[in-house]
Ligand binder design. Structure first.
Ligand SMILES: Nc1nc2c(c(=O)[nH]1)N[C@H]1C(S)=C(S)[C@@H](COP(=O)(O)OP(=O)(O)OC[C@H]3O[C@@H](n4cnc5c(=O)[nH]c(N)nc54)[C@H](O)[C@@H]3O)O[C@H]1N2
Ligand SMILES: Nc1nc2c(c(=O)[nH]1)N[C@H]1C(S)=C(S)[C@@H](COP(=O)(O)OP(=O)(O)OC[C@H]3O[C@@H](n4cnc5c(=O)[nH]c(N)nc54)[C@H](O)[C@@H]3O)O[C@H]1N2
Ligand code: SF4
Ligand SMILES: [Mo]
Length: 857
């Protein structure tokens, strides 16, 4: 079999993948050495793509309510409801909420349908939650949403500053590139993040900034550079417009300890080749746009832009966040980097031959769901996103979905939190089936190519859009036969941007043949330095923007903690795909509440026990993890768990709906909160072949090899028979300690299910028991004991998911003399594959060596 060159469907690094199909639904994955974004590397998520391509959990037929339907009936219903809604309530009563996980072709079709044919601006995307602040900052500074850097700049930088980015977990291949630059040329690394993440641990300087302290810090840094005479007066005079009073007004209070500030300033002063990468710690804030501009201001003022190894570099989150921005998937943009000026509207109208051109911007995500809630929007089509879990104030979002007369959901998964509200569900093609293009963080366009036949009745997202458009009477404008047809039209439309001096120019692809499209090599629009010849503003100059730190809110004493939310290394958002991989699920099997020991003591929380987090918007329950990586007063929880994966761990319940006034992006990183212990009567864990969703107070489940592992807790009596499957059942009980263990095997002696419950004691370690699930002859005596008769060395928590190496094995290697990540890899194979676990191995080595040194002193 020949490998197919395609692109990873997860993060915005945009890694090239060589995929070799090995069976009906199986594939061998390797990094594409010829792809400039990754040069052969893949992280843990990319490496384990093969574990997510089975048809488990897929939506394979259109559904009307809970009934399977055929495409004609489903599409007739969608088009009929949409037509009636427009006729009765006008075009603004209809909205699309789409996603950076659509392909550019899907996005283009949906945008054209809404803005040119339905006649409303009401199409917004989950990129509103993700990239909107960076987009707004780029437009304010450069006149267009252009990222002025590329990955090569990381290779040639002498100083890399990461602002609000856990790069080692969220952009792991970019991280490996940073580590390579450090090794090769001694590049220095500064990490600005309130938490000591695995990224921050590796930095030369970690600045644990206060939440939203970034604008103050960057303003003070710029003032310091002015004092040191390091501002590039020539570049400023020639290429920038500086607002009156900019320097006089520049606030000069860094908000961080003086010695740290001096160290940071010295590093910045000494290294003209500085790249500042920023991500959600910058964007997801009530001052997110200002943070972007504070960073860009520094680079403009020092002339550190448009040349190798220098520039402000916003990293995109999703695989096609950038493509969506290009085609116009944000309600605040029209199409192809155009806005809503009369001449722009007129040109787009002519290009699309649009019968119902929209007249202005539509509602941004948070406002869009409010409009659904109060009945202004009555028809909502959601594609490739899970807002019932991922929007802030998800309670209101759920109420809105429950009230909305028509909710259409296009998804690859059958059961998502959002799908539960759908009147019509449309099965979409997933990664490995779909065909089209995506654009990564550095503006590089790559192909996603199909590997498998289309399963069931699933269809491409763009085709579904076209079929609905056809039923609305607009078949001709949506008559594309292939994704190449769509891409060609989109590329031709960028002429409207090019005519206006914008950098987004794909016109050379406007007449590409099917063969050109098929054989497209990854390419970058705008080249390495798109802004090098001048900025796309009327006078060709960039703008410095005066920014001030957001006003400090008066805090509610009943909510004394600041809740920060974000990501785990091996899970992707709402887990509909990564949650199906046993390997990826070993990294974190339950959502944790990370909290400083002082706070835990003050609020009575114990490490490993459960705790409730409450905000003004709702409450959720997590497993407590005490860590000095959190600053006192601040807590962190992951965004990933949903109602489909657990009873109480959905973080969307907690997040506030406050948004940045310029970009409309929600401030997910700083919600006032309180915590309290949860002390259930009993705790248990359950192994099952099929996913369990037991009716108990607390549960959360994780995929394991061969089935599912569910952690449970609750009050009062438990109906054990409802939990364990039928079969050959063995059981032990110790009524004094309230201990029950049940093991169920089938006729051949394979383990079919097990339950371990206690009211007062400990539960046995999970890993050995879980491993018996994928073995053929289970020993029920050993299983009831919770351990093998002949004791085995405890491997500890799994560190390397690729090669299945545990913490104890790593520590043993370190004790035996392995003092580098490479040496540990040679001894244990940990970290020798994708490399995502190298930062944690480095920490284990460092901790061991430090404690050995302390012991010696
Ligand atoms: N493993 C994994 N990778 C992913 C994703 C995933 O779901 N899983 N999702 C992708 C997507 S869509 C996105 S958007 C990216 C996100 O990638 P990142 O932005 O790196 O991820 P987050 O964990 O959301 O947040 C990053 C950090 O911002 C810090 N932060 C919070 N408040 C502040 C602040 O006020 N100032 C500063 N300087 N920092 C702050 C947080 O402590 C956190 O460590 O990841 C992409 N990659
Ligand atoms: N608390 C908190 N909340 C957050 C964030 C945070 O940091 N903290 N981050 C925000 C950010 S940056 C982002 S990007 C969002 C992400 O949030 P979402 O977009 O809601 O999360 P996903 O799980 O990626 O949802 C994608 C959905 O599309 C489906 N899907 C996958 N591929 C396809 C396809 O090809 N076609 C179709 N039709 N469907 C498909 C998946 O099954 C899944 O249901 O979350 C935001 N929410
Ligand atoms: S860094 Fe990992 S998740 Fe991101 S594109 Fe590359 S392989 Fe995929
Ligand atoms: Mo994102």
């Amino acid at each position: 079999m020949q490998a197919v060159r395609t692109t990873c469907p997860y993060c915005g690094v945009g890694c090239g993948v060589n995929a070799t199909v090995t069976g009906a639904r199986s594939v061998k994955i390797a990094g594409d050495r010829d792809h400039p974004a990754n040069e052969g590397r893949l992280c843990s998520k990319g490496t384990h793509l093969g574990q997510t391509v089975s048809l488990e959990g897929r939506l394979l037929h259109p559904m009307i309510g809970s009934e399977q339907a055929d495409w004609d009936d489903a599409l007739d219903l969608v088009a009929g409801r949409m037509r009636a809604c427009i006729a009765e309530h006008g075009p603004d009563s209809v909205a699309f909420y789409v996603s950076g996980q659509l392909l550019t072709e899907d996005y283009y079709a949906a945008n054209k349908l809404m803005k040119g044919y339905i006649g409303s601006g009401n199409i917004d995307t989950n990129s509103r939650l993700c990239m909107a602040s960076a987009v707004a900052a780029h437009i304010r500074a450069f006149g267009e949403d252009v990222v002025p850097c590329s990955y090569e700049d990381i290779d040639t930088a002498d100083l890399i500053v990461l602002v609000g980015s856990n790069t080692a977990w969220c952009h792991p291949v970019t991280w490996q590139r940073i580590e390579q630059a450090r090794k090769r040329r001694g590049t220095k690394l500064v990490v600005i993040d309130p938490r000591r993440t695995e990224t921050a641990e590796r930095a030369d300087l970690h600045i644990a900034v206060a939440p939203d302290g970034d604008v103050a810090l960057f303003n003070a840094l710029l003032a310091e550079m002015l004092r040191r005479g390091l501002v590039d007066e020539g570049f400023l005079a020639e290429r920038c417009l500086v607002p009156d009073g900019f320097w006089a007004d520049l606030p000069d209070e860094s908000g961080i300890p003086e010695d740290q500030f001096a160290a940071f300033a010295d590093l910045v002063a000494a290294h003209p080749h500085t790249v500042t990468l920023f991500s959600q710690g910058a964007n997801q804030s009530i001052g997110g746009t200002d943070k972007g501009n504070a960073i860009i201001n520094l680079h403009l003022a020092m002339g550190r832009i448009n040349r190798p190894g220098a520039g402000p570099f916003s990293m995109t989150g999703q695989p096609n966040a950038m493509g969506g921005r290009e085609v116009g998937g944000l309600a605040s943009m029209l199409a192809c980097h155009l806005g809503f000026e009369p001449d722009e509207l007129a040109d787009a109208e002519a290009f699309w031959n649009a019968p119902n051109m929209c007249q202005g911007p539509g509602l941004k995500a948070v406002d869009m769901f409010r409009a659904v809630h109060d009945g202004r929007i009555r028809f909502l089509w959601i594609m490739a996103t899970n807002p019932a879990a991922s929007m802030p104030d998800a309670g209101i979002v759920r109420e809105a979905l429950a009230r909305c007369p028509t909710v259409v959901v296009s998804d690859v998964a059958a059961d998502t939190d959002t799908a539960r509200f759908a009147h019509v569900r449309l099965p979409a093609l997933a990664w490995g089936e779909k065909d089209g293009t995506v654009t990564n963080s550095e503006r590089r366009i790559s192909r996603q190519r199909p590997l498998f036949a289309e399963p069931g009745q699933a269809r491409a997202d763009w085709e579904i859009v076209c079929d609905v458009a056809g039923r609305m009477g607009w078949g001709e404008a949506f008559g594309w036969r292939t994704p190449a047809d769509v891409f060609r039209e989109y590329a031709a439309m960028t002429q409207l941007a090019a005519d206006r001096g914008k950098m987004l120019d794909l016109t050379s692809w406007g007449a590409c043949t099917a063969h050109d499209y098929e054989t497209m090599q990854p390419f970058r629009w705008g080249g390495a330095y798109p802004l090098g010849d001048g900025f796309p503003t009327p006078d060709g100059k960039a703008r410095l923007v005066s920014v001030t730190p957001p006003a400090r809110k008066v805090r509610d004493p009943g909510l004394p903690l600041r809740l920060n939310t974000g990501r785990y290394r091996d899970q992707w958002h709402t887990m509909t795909r990564t949650g199906l991989s046993a390997k990826l699920s070993t990294h974190r099997r339950e959502p944790l509440l990370e909290i400083h020991g002082n706070d835990a003591a003050q609020f009575g929380l114990k490490d490993g026990a459960l705790a409730r987090v409450t905000t003004a918007w709702g409450e959720a329950i997590y497993r407590v993890a005490i860590t000095d990586g959190q600053r006192p007063g601040e807590i962190f929880v992951p965004m990933h768990w949903t109602d489909a994966m657990g009873s109480n761990g959905r973080t969307g319940r907690l997040a506030q709906p406050l948004t940045d006034p310029v970009s409309g992006q929600p401030a997910f990183k700083d919600t006032p909160a309180r915590v309290a212990p949860v002390s259930p009567d009993w705790r248990a864990f359950l192994l099952t072949r099929e996913p369990a969703a037991p009716d108990v107070a607390y549960w959360t489940r994780a995929k394991v090899e061969g089935g599912w592992l569910t952690e449970l807790a609750g009050e009062g009596a438990i109906d054990l028979d409802a939990l364990v499957p039928a079969g050959h059942r063995s059981e032990v009980a110790d009524l004094v300690r309230g201990m029950r263990r049940i093991v169920v095997c089938d006729g051949e002696g394979s383990l079919m299910g097990a339950l371990y419950l206690t009211r007062s004691g400990e539960l046995p370690p999970r890993d050995w028991i879980v491993r018996q699930f994928s073995q053929s002859d289970a020993n029920s005596v050993e299983l009831l004991a919770g351990r093998p008769a002949a004791p085995q060395a405890d491997r500890g928590a799994i560190v390397c998911v690729c090669n299945d190496v545990g913490e104890q094995q790593v520590l043993a290697a370190v004790s035996a003399g392995a003092d580098s990540v490479g040496a540990v890899g040679a001894a244990t194979a940990a970290g020798a594959n994708c490399g995502s676990c190298r930062p944690i191995i480095a920490r284990l080595i460092e901790n061991t060596l430090t404690s050995a040194k302390e012991a010696a002193e």
